[in-house]
Design a protein around this ligand. Structure first.
Ligand SMILES: O=C1NC[C@H](CO)[C@@H](O)[C@@H]1O
Ligand SMILES: [Ca+2]
Length: 443
């Protein structure tokens, strides 16, 4: 049952989210401008995905969130920085996966917001620096690549780092007319799918060069999670029927082998060839999955799984990153400002507008304000089980792109967002659904 909150109540909560975003942005602007991540307790900064140089990660991740909230001066300021300073020609190694979902995705969503051609040019530049990683005999990509030299490293990869590219790379192909990006991303997804077991499950480790499986664990959590998300998204955003088929085959197998209804619905890890249960441990990052199940048509299982995570959230206020439902024990007591339950709530809400989902996201937001707010921004938690919860001097880039946007869109009825026809990436980047508005260009 909803707590009987009015639309005005929700609108006010949305305005509160906007004010918190503007507050955190001011500290980033003053103390970490152009840096990758602000250190919210000390006011310092840290770099990611490069190790010592900065690519303006949080600035780029924040742009479409600023735009959809109507923080136009802040958006224009960020756009000005990108046009004057963003340079990917660095002799440093990055994760292909992280760089694509965060930086390529952030540039494409900012371009979707304002149409500035420099943003598209920068998006194409970074994609051209990542695409050599896919030049393997199998089409499965190496995990790391040097942005300047194209030197690659580490073939021991996983479903998420193989298959979390198609929405961003398909959008880039649409905008540039160059099919290479879409074709490369899709080829990698298919190359993994055709190696599934006889019971249609995927393990979580595979060699990109030989195509040989390295592990046996089938999981919907990391490092496999967003592969399944992007199979569905290839259909939802690009209308790719192969992706729809691959999603349906994989999901049918997961629903028949990996569900545990003992007291509430959890999804368990199993051996990918025998289906034998491997563990009852739950990873918070898997809490996006209920929203995906609902999007893909398994509404009953999706709702039940998200309610299980909401039950756990009510116990700890902020979810621990690891929990074992068999013992009731916390197995990882940290939480690095993780957005997944808010992500699931937002996806459920877009489908059925049940106020229950807004309530779950409201709890997520208010708990974050109470536990994660620090002097210069929002901080990771090292321990959610202590009182007060122990903060860590780090703010991840995805915080600027994900939960603050999900909260705002859930609560504020954003005038710039099309709630009927839209697409958000696994990093929360809006690649479809911004209403045309060109006011935010920097001349
Ligand atoms: O897909 C993802 N996985 C990890 C991060 C959030 O926990 C973020 O980068 C993204 O949502
Ligand atoms: Ca995600």
């Amino acid at each position: 049952l909803s707590a009987g909150r009015s639309e005005a109540d929700w609108k006010a909560l949305g305005e509160d989210v906007k004010a918190e975003m503007a507050w955190a942005w001011r500290h980033y602007r003053e103390r970490a401008w152009g840096r990758d991540e602000i250190k919210p307790i000390s006011g310092g900064f840290s770099s990611f995905p490069l190790k010592t140089e900065h690519l303006g990660l949080s600035l780029i991740e924040a742009m479409d969130t600023l735009w959809v909230m109507g923080l136009d001066a802040e958006f224009a300021d960020a756009l000005g920085w990108v046009k004057a300073n963003l340079d990917f020609d660095r002799d440093g190694e990055v994760s292909v996966f992280e760089t694509s979902i965060r930086l390529l995705g952030g540039l494409l969503s900012a371009h979707h917001a304002c149409g500035d051609p420099v943003l598209l040019a920068k998006a194409r530049d970074i994609a051209d620096r990542l695409i050599p990683a896919f030049a393997t005999p199998t089409g499965l990509p190496w995990r790391y690549i040097n942005l300047r030299t194209g030197a690659v490293r580490d073939p021991a990869t996983n479903p998420a780092e193989i298959g979390t590219y198609l929405p961003e790379w398909g959008t880039l192909s649409r905008l540039t007319g160059d099919r290479r990006y879409l074709d490369t991303a899709k080829k990698a997804m298919v190359a993994l799918f055709v190696r599934r077991s006889k019971i249609d499950l995927l393990a979580d480790g595979i060699d990109a060069v030989t195509g040989k499986w390295l592990t046996r664990r089938a999981t919907v959590g990391p490092p496999s999670d967003s592969y399944y998300e992007y199979l569905w998204d290839g259909w939802q955003l690009l209308g790719d029927r192969d992706c729809k088929h691959m999603y349906e085959v994989c999901t049918k197998a997961i629903l028949s082998h990996q569900l545990d209804f003992s007291e509430r619905l959890w999804v368990v890890d199993v051996d990918f060839e025998t289906g034998a249960r491997l563990s009852t441990e739950q990873d918070e990052l898997a809490s996006f999955y209920g929203g995906l199940l609902a999007q893909g048509g398994a509404a009953r299982e999706g709702r039940a799984y998200t309610e299980s995570w909401a039950w756990l959230q009510d116990r700890f206020a902020v979810l621990p990153e690891g929990y074992d439902f068999a013992s009731g024990a916390v197995t990882y007591k940290s939480n690095s400002l993780r957005p997944e339950l808010a992500d699931a709530a937002f996806n459920h809400w877009l489908l059925d507008r049940d106020p229950r989902w807004r309530e779950i996201a409201r709890t997520h937001y208010l708990a974050m304000k109470a536990a994660n707010r620090a002097s210069y921004g929002y901080a990771d938690l090292a321990d959610v089980t202590t009182t007060p919860k122990l903060q860590r001097d780090h703010c991840p880039g995805y915080w600027w792109s994900e939960q603050m946007k999900y909260y705002y869109l859930l609560f504020a009825d954003a005038p710039r967002f099309d709630y009927r026809h839209n697409y958000l990436s696994t990093e929360g980047n809006v690649l479809l659904g911004f209403k045309p508005n060109r006011r935010a260009r920097v001349v």
